[in-house]
Design a protein around this ligand. Structure first.
Ligand code: G6P
Length: 574
């Protein structure tokens, strides 16, 4: 779960630095660059986020931003990794599962390793094969030795080309004018070109300033034409906002309506699938919470049961999952646990339908059918606008099966009305010293309570628990004492009276109540006002102030909301 980038052109140093910064959402515990100079490969590596790096002028180079998996966070373990003769530099994303065995073999041949990473074996293998083979053959021989899920880019002393390979995590070729790129994500080079080729698994590429050559594992040419990436992908600036996370929260009045614009032909197979049974939803993190909302929608609107399983848990239900429909929800479409679940389901002959933001993702490509939530790039590590877009699309689908259209015509305005920045800042200021936060709700609001707690944990590192309000009395009430902040999600629907009773119970035990509701109440220490909507639309407006609360808590506690510690946006390892 790292970001890799390679550029070749006339002068790429600043392009590399700018591009790598855009990949930081993929990992940011250390970073590194390699460029090519007269005296060979020049390497810069550091621990931490990418600072003000100045690289020497170069016609080509590679870059890496790391989220540690093999080997602790250190300068030595940061990429690029060099071969013994310093003639090869490699940046890698993913896992080489047989690296120990390869390392032993290479050490016996005299290779000296300088890091604890699995990645370093690639540089030494390439060095070994380059002794007797040309570059293309050395690449092929190297990848044939590697096991696991990996993508990498290599550069070579004295040759003005880069080579890349994809055997798992994404790799995209950018075809510019007089310059070419290869990276984990289009975002890395979108300011230079929007003509791209998505490498499929098992494909390799060699690229120079004015050419590229794609080939497969047998060395046969792969013919693919560049495609234009959508304009939304190009919108990667923070605009007037201090952080991407804040910008993305504020984009929701326009991203939610956009998720509802779907092509009938693409919707049809989903509507048919939702009529079948059994139905399994799979997702991780925030996308898992969207699955829980879907379960509720199905129960309420279609009177149908659905199983919701965490991506990482699906393997343990393999006996149960034997036939039926799998609906996988993933913003990135690259989450390894979700992909594993999808592959298992496909192997059992199940049909897979996915809901993604990244239409060129592995998940979209491996599914029988996919729909896009169409919310543009989400750079902030914590999912915000992608969550509400997932919910809106799920509402469209479930209502669609019932032959209706959700009443979401004024939803953009409604969401605009809950951008309570000032109030949420005030609440964050009041509770920034609290060590524990609770979020409660019932029915469709229970997943929103889970999501509110997840956002707070991710962004501000405050311990938070989301739960079904009715479960308080079975344990958690014991933790409530004078001043404990509790967010009560309580719109005026079928859950209102019972949730209000829970709020009163909490208050009588000293809790400070932050009530998210369309009805004011003296029970609330803070009333976060939401508009009156149809029951299924409430989650779209109640989660937004909770995102803002998490954001302002992070800022007031001097944390970086765009880059939460130990987390990465796209989790491509199990
Ligand atoms: C990571 C991110 C979360 C996200 C989860 C699932 O853990 O930090 O924000 O919800 O992955 O991501 P996906 O791309 O599958 O929706």
């Amino acid at each position: 779960m790292c970001g890799i980038l390679g550029c070749v052109g006339d002068e790429v140093s600043s392009v590399l630095v700018r591009g790598l910064k855009r990949l930081e959402y993929r990992g940011y515990d250390s970073y590194g660059f390699a460029t090519l100079g007269d005296s060979g490969i020049y390497v810069v590596k550091e621990v931490g986020k990418i600072g003000d790096v100045r690289l020497p002028s170069s016609k080509l180079g590679v870059a890496h931003t790391r989220w540690a998996t093999h080997g602790r966070v250190s300068r030595e373990n940061a990429h690029p990794h060099l071969s013994c003769d310093k003639g090869v530099a490699v940046v890698h994303n993913g896992i080489i599962s047989n690296y120990l065995e390869l390392k032993r073999e290479l050490e016996e041949k005299g290779h000296k390793f300088t890091s604890e990473t699995d990645s370093e074996v690639i540089a030494h293998l390439l060095e070994e094969y380059l002794k007797d083979h040309g570059l293309k053959d050395a690449m092929l021989k190297t990848v044939r030795r590697l096991k696991g899920d990996f993508s990498f880019i290599a550069m070579f002393e004295g040759v003005e080309v880069l080579a890349g390979a994809r055997f798992g995590p994404p790799l995209v070729l950018g075809c510019g004018s007089g310059e070419n790129f290869v990276a984990s994500d289009v975002l890395a080079f979108i300011d230079r070109t929007d003509d791209v080729i998505f490498l499929d698994n098992g494909e390799l590429v060699i690229l120079g300033k004015g050419f590229y050559e794609l080939f497969d594992l047998d060395g046969n040419p792969v013919k693919k034409r560049p495609v234009k990436v959508a304009w939304e992908v190009a919108d990667v600036s923070k605009k007037e906002f201090a952080h991407y996370t804040l910008k993305e929260i504020h984009e929701q009045p326009s991203t939610i309506p956009r998720a509802l614009i779907q092509d009938d032909g693409r919707l049809k197979p989903f509507l048919e699938a939702l009529k079948g049974s059994p139905i399994y939803f799979v997702g991780c993190g925030t996308s898992y919470h969207a699955c829980l909302v879907a379960k509720y929608l199905l129960a309420k609107v279609l009177k149908k049961p659905a199983e919701v399983i965490l991506g990482s848990e699906v393997g343990y239900y393999s006996e149960l999952m034997d036939g039926g429909v799998l609906i996988a929800i993933s913003q990135s479409g690259e989450t390894a646990d979700v992909l594993k679940a999808v592959r298992m389901a496909k192997a059992k002959g199940m049909k897979v339908y996915s809901i993604v933001n990244q239409v060129n993702s592995t998940l979209a490509r491996e599914s029988d059918h996919f729909l896009s939530i169409n919310c543009g790039p989400e750079i902030g590590v914590a999912a915000t606008k992608s969550f509400t877009a997932q919910l809106a699309l799920l509402e469209l689908l479930v209502m669609g099966v019932a032959g209706k259209r959700p009443n979401l015509d004024g939803i953009g305005e409604a969401v605009g009305s809950v951008m309570h920045d000032e109030l949420m800042k005030e609440i964050a200021e009041r509770f920034k010293g609290s060590n524990d936060f609770y979020f409660v709700g019932r029915g469709i609001h229970y997943p929103i309570a889970l999501e509110g707690a997840l956002k707070l944990k991710e962004l501000s590192y405050v311990h938070a628990e989301g739960m079904a309000a009715g479960e308080l009395k079975h344990g958690t009430l014991a933790l409530i004492s004078d001043g404990t902040p509790v967010v009560v999600i309580n719109p005026k629907d079928e859950t209102y009276n019972e949730t209000m009773s829970n709020a009163i119970e909490l208050k009588s035990r000293g809790a400070r109540i932050i009530g998210v509701s369309d009805e004011p109440s003296s029970v609330y220490d803070y009333h976060v006002k939401i508009p009156k909507l149809d029951w299924y639309a409430y989650p779209l407006v109640e989660v937004v102030p909770l995102q803002l609360l998490a954001y302002y808590m992070a800022v007031l506690r001097s944390e970086d909301p765009d880059h939460p510690r130990n987390l990465a946006k796209s989790v491509t390892v199990e």
